[in-house]
Ligand binder design. Structure first.
Ligand code: PHE
Length: 447
């Protein structure tokens, strides 16, 4: 199949919107602020930034160039570049990670959709925010219906194709997201008492930055940039040769990091202004944030709807990229047509999400990894194991098998100002894989 039949991004803006849309998601707005709160505020942010620059950027370049060179999905790419070898297994792991992540991702996104309509409940006088949240995610049926609604939106966009679906909607949704975020930040930082939140967010506390925190930062960097599972390989496969991979990699990583950082500005000042707890864990977004809106008085209604709408948009542009990874595989390799691949896989992923949702309610006695519920276990396997492992193997593939010369040559086609060279090669051959390896050993308790 040539590039034309598979589809292409029609413009640089369209591609960057789609790739940044993939990167910016629940990871930025839901996860980043609460793990930052947990592991020492600015100290964590500092480590995270270093990981983005030295690991995230080179890997972003690597996935995009492998995709563009092969013009294939995550599995097909390795089959083209390393025919007759087992390297394609790295792609298979990626597709698997796509299945796993989207199944629980869509459940959480469903909560965000539900919360757009729940402002009446959390704005009510004396509302018990934790009870509202726990009640809504533990009920057996409602969260599954919201999960279905979210998956349906996702399937509809991906089934419409690269140009008419993913690119078109990313170009509309991403500017709305940035605008909504800016409105929320202005409200948050101008609240009386916001300064304490800013101090918490911006003053590093290195005593809270544990080894576990560093692993969390690495997992978060991969998850947030959509790396390690072939998502950017797939998106890179729709890139034309004239597009500039090194510059676009900076744009995507920069946009993702900036939006995560900005989400902290929307959340922490408001949380402190109303005397709430910043390190509230996953509940920060769904318990603490609604409590903030309730404390704001009647305007909180408006800002609450805005916030959960923002969260839904962020989740949607990421979820479509996850579904695209899976669909592209069946389109390229099994020669299914796009609609068939997207619908069948979308439904399979929806079904896989059901146990994740039930695991929080009627199946809450089911514990898998070290006492984690089903959803947490899947997130741990995907973010902390499959993604870093995928990133590590991609480095070994490029650095030690396929060759950094071929890689830089491909990336530099269309590159205008920044070109990849010896620094990139050094990072991919040594620094990135060694760093991932060390964090990995530490996390499984080797030292
Ligand atoms: N980057 C997305 C987020 O931050 C999640 C994601 C991971 C999307 C992997 C695609 C691939 O929410």
């Amino acid at each position: 199949m040539n590039g034309k039949e598979r589809g292409n991004w029609q413009s640089q803006i369209g591609f960057v919107a789609a790739a940044a849309g993939s990167a910016v998601g629940l990871g930025n707005i839901w996860k980043f602020p609460y793990i930052t709160g947990r592991y020492g505020g600015a100290a964590f942010v500092l480590v995270y930034l270093l990981l983005i620059i030295f690991i995230g950027v080179p890997l972003m370049n690597s996935e995009l160039l492998v995709g563009r060179k092969s013009e294939k999905n995550a599995v097909g790419a390795f089959k083209v570049l390393a025919p007759g070898t087992p390297w394609f297994i790295v792609g298979v792991m990626g597709i698997l990670a796509g299945f796993i992540i989207l199944s629980y991702y869509s459940v959480i996104a469903g909560w965000a959709v539900a919360y757009i309509f729940k402002s009446g409940a959390y704005m009510a006088a004396g509302a018990e925010h934790a009870n509202i949240f726990v009640g809504s995610i533990t009920s057996p049926l409602a969260p599954i219906i919201w999960h279905a609604i979210f998956m349906f939106m996702c399937i509809a966009i991906v089934a419409a194709g690269i140009e008419k679906g993913i690119e078109k909607y990313s170009k509309i949704l991403m500017p709305i997201l940035v605008l909504l975020l800016l409105v929320l930040i202005v409200r948050s930082v101008t609240l009386p008492g916001a300064g304490k939140g800013l101090a918490f967010y911006l003053k590093p506390d290195f005593s809270k930055l544990t080894a576990e925190g560093i692993l969390a930062a690495l997992g978060q960097a991969f998850f947030s940039l959509s790396l390690g599972m072939g998502c950017m390989i797939t998106y890179g496969s729709y890139l034309r040769k004239k597009e500039d991979i090194p510059t676009n990699s900076y744009y995507i990583c920069g946009a993702d990091t900036l939006i995560a950082f900005l989400a902290g500005f929307a959340i922490f000042p408001a949380v402190f202004a109303f005397g709430l707890e910043p390190g509230a864990g996953p509940g920060l977004t769904f318990i603490t944030v609604p409590a903030v809106f309730a404390a704001m008085g009647p305007v909180g209604h408006f800002f609450g709807i805005l916030f959960f709408f923002l969260l839904t948009i962020a989740a949607l542009t990421s979820a479509i990229s996850l579904l695209e990874v899976v669909s592209a595989y069946f389109i390229d390799e099994a020669k299914w047509d796009r609609k068939k691949a997207t619908w069948i896989m979308g439904i399979v992923i929806f079904l896989l999400g059901i146990p994740c949702s039930l695991g929080l309610g009627i199946w809450s006695n089911v514990k898998i990894l070290g006492g984690r519920d089903i959803l947490d276990s899947l997130d741990f396997i995907a973010s902390n194991i499959l993604l870093p492992l995928g990133g590590f193997l991609l480095c070994i593939f490029i650095g030690w098998y396929w060759g950094t010369n071929k890689a830089t040559e491909e990336a530099n086609i269309g590159a205008k100002s920044i070109k990849l060279g010896t620094t990139y090669s050094f990072l991919i051959k040594y620094l990135v894989p060694i760093a991932i390896f060390i964090v990995f050993l530490r996390s499984v308790g080797v030292f």
